[in-house]
Ligand binder design. Structure first.
Ligand SMILES: Nc1nc2c(ncn2[C@@H]2O[C@H](COP(=O)(O)OP(=O)(O)OP(=O)(O)O)[C@@H](O)[C@H]2O)c(=O)[nH]1
Ligand SMILES: [Mg+2]
Length: 289
């Protein structure tokens, strides 16, 4: 993971320049966003950087998000701009990849160029950029933990032939563009942290889990109660701390002296949310924007 990035202004400027430089070489940019937080995981200035460059928004990790919300987001994203393209993806199973190729093929035929059709993948940390590149090329081709700034010779990877349809003249840049997220709103920071896009070491798991529980009690009390075998009517009237304590005792996360292991409980709730075990949850609904 490359989450050990500090998004200080100098760094943002550098990544922006890097993307702009790579942009000249590509026909299209695929922005990978997290389907659970489509607002928080979009880059705030990509529009400005891309200008008229064709773009596809990939709602990745759609398997972890609410299917109805995925549908709603796709409709909304497609309406955003003239010719805006959007697709729901699951890079673990490959679901949606064929649809992405259909979109790219259509764009390629419209470009009428004889040169290879070139694609850049971009997105905030942990959105699934490397997983998508690996899916598209059909192998583990990307370096993990790639760092912005180490792009000497650019490497182009051919896309899996059978997937591209007519010919193999589509290529993807091996190094994804890492985009900084929006930080102006503390809720955005929280959402990114809930979904694992912000380094855990700088977040207190206990605090973060309490924040997540507070959100889930309001939006998904049924799922929270179901996962931790709690009574729905009880949790609706309880504070996040007492819900955390109830979870700890159900799971036996008790330290010597009958003390609650808040840290372990917090980590467990976060892990189970991130891996979809609590349910398919979209934190930002399409009708809220
Ligand atoms: N459930 C699910 N997990 C996914 C999906 N795509 C990626 N992941 C997981 O999300 C995590 C991040 O994926 P990466 O492909 O490394 O993301 P990245 O954008 O390259 O991350 P950085 O390089 O750190 O910026 C990994 O644990 C992946 O296995 C998906 O569609 N569904
Ligand atoms: Mg990566």
């Amino acid at each position: 993971m490359t989450n050990d990035i500090n998004w200080y202004p100098g760094h943002m400027k550098k990544t922006k320049e890097l993307i702009q430089e790579n942009l000249k070489l590509v026909n299209v940019v695929v922005e990978v966003i997290d389907a659970r937080i489509p607002i928080s995981s979009r880059n705030p200035v990509l529009n400005e950087i891309l200008k008229d460059k064709p773009r596809v928004t990939a709602l990745n990790k759609s398997d972890l998000a609410d299917p109805k919300a995925n549908e709603g987001w796709l409709v909304k994203l497609k309406r955003e701009k003239k010719n805006a393209a959007a697709v729901a993806l699951n890079c673990m199973s490959g679901k949606g990849i064929k649809e992405l190729y259909d979109i790219l093929n259509k764009m390629r035929s419209e470009s009428k160029s004889k040169k290879p059709f070139r694609i850049m993948i971009a997105g905030v940390p942990n959105s699934g950029k490397s997983s998508l590149i690996n899916r598209m090329t059909g192998r583990k081709s990307t370096r993990t933990g790639n760092r912005p700034g180490v792009t000497k010779g650019k490497q182009w990877l051919n896309l899996k032939q059978q997937k591209t349809g007519s010919g193999a003249d589509m290529q993807v840049l091996d190094t994804p563009g890492i985009l900084w997220p929006k930080f102006e709103d503390p809720n955005i920071g929280k959402n990114l942290a809930f979904c694992g896009s912000i380094k855990d070491e700088i977040m207190d798991p206990q605090e973060l889990a309490l924040e997540l529980i507070a959100v889930l009690v309001i939006d998904h009390p049924d799922l929270l109660a179901g996962r931790y075998k709690l009574k729905e009517n009880e949790i609706e009237e309880s504070s996040p701390v007492s819900i955390m304590e109830a979870i700890a005792s159900k799971r036996g996360f008790i330290l010597p002296g009958q003390k609650i292991d808040y840290e372990r409980t917090g980590r467990t709730v976060l892990d189970e949310f991130r891996s979809g075990k609590i349910g398919r949850i979209t934190l930002e609904k399409p009708n809220e924007k």
